[in-house]
Design a protein. Sequence first.
Length: 111
Amino acid sequence: MYFIKSMTAKFLLVSVSVFCVGCSGGDSVDLGTVTGVVTMDGTPLPDAIVVFVPEKGNPSTGRTDDSGKYELSYPGDSKGALVGSHTVKITTGKPLDETISGDADMANVDM
């Protein structure tokens, strides 16, 4: 009986240890703090979505406040962006001021 309890305790200890190692996040990523201000024609741009897309890895995102300020967040609960080169994308999600005709060449439309 003691042998069974001892083996059960050892099994649970090993299982919990393996579980903790498996959930520890594995490789940590090198993040840098990213904050800034988005303006358009010299005026702060509120409610814009800012996305930093790295060459490899997950993108970081942020949203501007009323004064155009933003701070990037990395997937999970981390702040910042992967260290390295990024493509930056900014969108407001607001409709265009002008209607684009059906005959327009979409590759050459100025927005």
